[in-house]
Design a binder for this molecule. Structure first.
Ligand SMILES: [Zn+2]
Length: 127
């Protein structure tokens, strides 16, 4: 299952997901969960998706050298936060046909446009 792709040397990556996209998770621990892309890390081809692939961080309150008040104010205990997920595990949910789709890339008026393979609608809402 693990298909480790070779890392490119330098250069930029083209990740099919973008910040703000609605995506569905197709593999792994968070299978079939959906959420909005919060941020994309093109270097690692990973994205952070709202509410998906959450990890629980156990954080000790750091009391060393601090007053008890400061230690109490600090966020301690368990913190849940979304962890980066590989973009190959994500499918964009097309806003037009409302289902997970693969993405076609096409040049439209000199610009790269992302297009839904199901209904051929542009995924990036023109503004
Ligand atoms: Zn569509």
């Amino acid at each position: 299952m693990a298909t480790a792709r070779k890392r490119h040397q330098g250069g930029t990556f083209q990740v099919h997901v973008k910040k703000g996209d609605q995506v569905s998770v197709r593999a792994g621990r968070s299978l079939n969960q959906a959420g909005r892309v919060i941020s994309v890390d093109p270097q690692r081809e990973r994205a952070i998706v709202e509410g998906v692939n959450t990890i629980i961080k156990h954080q000790k309150s750091q009391g060393s050298g601090r007053s008890p008040q400061a230690a109490a104010q600090q966020q301690s205990g368990r913190i849940t936060k979304p962890a980066p997920i590989h973009s190959s595990n994500l499918m964009i949910i097309c806003p037009t046909c409302n289902s997970p789709t693969r993405v076609a890339h096409r040049l439209i008026e000199g610009k790269q446009a992302r297009i839904c393979k199901r209904c051929s609608a542009a995924l990036d809402r023109a503004k």
